[in-house]
Write a protein that binds this ligand. Sequence first.
Ligand code: PMP
Length: 326
Amino acid sequence: ARYEAGRGWYDARLTQYGPLPMEPGTAALHYAQSIFEGLKAYAQPDGSVATFRPEANAARFARSADRLAMPQVPEESFLAAVDALVDADRDWVPTGPDQTLYLRPYMLASESFLGVRPANEYLFLVIASPAGAYFPRGVHPVSVFVSEDYVRAAPGGTGDVKCAGNYAASLRPQQQASELGCDQVVYLDAVERRYIEELGGMNLFFVLGSGEDAELVTPELSGTLLPGITRDSLMTVARELGHRVAERKVTLDEWRSGALDGSITESFACGTAAVITPVGQVKARTGDFTVGDGSSGPLTMRLREALLDIQHGRVADTRGWLHRVG
Ligand code: PMP
């Protein structure tokens, strides 16, 4: 759909995937006035298709739009656009184990001008792509590099919104992590460079203790780490399974000493793309360490199965998290 100041949203339509005509002066290309979301559609055992908590994506999108001085896409329009695309692409929703249709709603400033000001014209689009299982050959732990040179965002910046610029800033640290042989970057807080924030595209959890008494800890929302929908869902699922969950500040030193003395038994990252990814090796300038024995921990794998079971409709949706399409 298109937006023009004074006119509002218009021209909502479903079209074939193809090039997007735009002027060289398009504001989004110069000032990154651009926001996005990521969610998935899951084939259900009864043959229907459902998305997972799309209302939460619509709400986060609304916050992102507000921070980037963009117009609001009403929740019902956001949901209707995603539904229309999933419905049109029904045959592309894979039915294999852990396979999904990934959906990418986004909005960009489409007006052409060179001054630095909010644009008067916008495009809201949703595109889709089938996504295979993130771990086609079984879940394996990732290695992470703690970036002490770069932060994702400063307080007051755009850290906890899903805008293009944050991801542009994350490419160099991600490249640095890859050069050091690591899969992902871990960011620290921008002010003290002490507290763990998140990965480039996933939130982090730490498991304290083991068995039925195992507790989960995840960094509290800081204003710079992204409030992940998977993070939020897992806190609920873990509590329902009887585990205590705390949101609080966690320092890098605490993570390292906990891993070394065995009080932190597991660590995992979570997000829409990878669901849950165990974290094995941690590389940091102040000292490398391994979490547990470096393999996937039992609570990590239990939570992973529990969430996948909900998303793929293998257990009853007691929380109303599945949104049926069509
Ligand atoms: N942090 C960042 C920086 C992300 O890009 C994402 C992916 N949206 C997440 C965390 C996880 O969020 P979600 O669970 O909503 O996918």
